[in-house]
Design a protein around this ligand. Structure first.
Ligand code: UD2
Length: 316
């Protein structure tokens, strides 16, 4: 099959691209390396196009010259905090390029099996009812969440209005190899695991816990996420639908640290800090809609962290 993955050098996109290439598919990655990294692309069978998704000419050339079976849209400003700093740029990248891509696909792609847009649990905002169902109250509170929700809606509209086969996913807290721990707003598990690696290297390490550590999240391992994405892309029933992608379980940060301490066999010093402004206390997904397609997460949190940590140790 022929795949196009925008933002395919980022954490989730590159994990999917490597998996597909490894399984013999033809994969084109479009990325400007603003967040993604060249070294995330591990297969020399992946074709890399270095371009910003706002570069319409390049997008048009790609779409006019090739027919894809599957298109995955990951390219985005991925940090909520960045979106608050840069609302216009966020809107251009996270919303307008998605609409442009859908339109290009409608015009040029004749054998397309699916376009998948990647949205976020951020669309649910701080409305406290749990677990989150796809039909739960939507309360987007940041430019990031507003644009994700709008782009998600447009993606599904293209299925319903123009018969372009599309689906969307709302990621909960994905973790795994290649998640970049560089910023304080990076995924918390990448930040925690970096500290454990330091400890194992006999370097000084500590973790800033924002709040009491009792906040919970639905942490889902990248391998389960890839399975979910492929399942949704290949199912007929999922056309025009949006799916939560999580593990359907919640774990507190304190529990997460305990699991890491057990796996690494070392204690991590914790600095308790004030909770972040606007931080939600708890979040977890109802995954029954995804389960109805045959999805069942393979990794418990203990198994996922163990696998993640083992992979990290062998990928210095
Ligand atoms: C996730 C997404 C975000 C948005 C949001 C929607 C990630 C990386 N972020 O934010 O894009 O979709 O969900 O709800 O997936 N924490 C610490 N110390 C640190 C870093 C974080 O205590 O050094 C805490 C943080 O205050 C929060 C928890 O860890 O309570 C999880 O933080 P996160 O940034 O990994 O994810 P989240 O759920 O806030």
């Amino acid at each position: 099959m022929n795949y196009l993955i925008t933002g395919g050098a980022g954490f989730i996109g590159s994990s999917l691209a490597n998996h597909l290439a490894y399984n013999g598919h033809s994969v084109t990655v479009m990325d400007d390396f603003s967040m993604g990294k060249r070294e995330n692309i591990e297969s020399n069978r992946i074709r890399l196009i270095e371009a910003d998704v706002r570069d319409l000419d390049t997008l048009e050339t790609i779409f006019e010259n090739e027919q894809f079976d599957y298109i995955f849209l990951f390219a985005a400003i991925a940090s909520v905090a960045d979106s608050v700093e840069r609302p216009i740029e966020t809107h251009n990248i996270n919303f307008e390029t998605i609409l442009q891509t859908l339109e290009l696909a409608r015009r040029t792609q004749k054998t397309l099996k699916r376009v998948i847009f990647t949205s976020s649990a951020a669309v649910y905002g701080d409305e406290p009812t749990l677990p989150k169902r796809e039909e739960s109250v939507i309360r987007p509170l940041t430019p990031y969440a507003v644009d994700k929700f709008a782009a998600e809606k447009y993606t599904l509209l293209y299925n319903n209005l123009y018969n372009l086969p599309t689906s969307a996913v709302r990621f909960f807290n994905v973790y795994g190899l290649r998640q970049n721990p560089a910023s304080v707003y990076s995924g918390v598990l990448s930040i925690i695991s970096k500290q454990f690696i330091k400890l194992l290297n006999h370097e000084k390490a500590e973790f800033n816990m924002f709040g009491d550590g009792k906040q919970t999240r639905d942490f889902v391992f990248i391998n389960d996420v890839i399975n979910a994405l492929l399942l949704i892309a290949e199912s007929n029933e999922s056309k025009g639908e949006v799916y939560n992608v999580g593990a359907g379980k919640y774990t507190s940060l304190n529990e997460i640290i305990e699991v890491f301490e057990e796996v690494a066999d070392v204690k991590l010093p914790i600095n308790y800090r004030q909770a972040r402004d606007g931080d939600i206390k708890d979040s977890y997904a109802d995954i029954s809609k995804l389960a109805s397609l045959g999805y069942k997460p393979k990794y418990t949190i203990n198994e996922g962290i163990k696998e993640y940590f083992t992979e990290l140790l062998s990928h210095p």
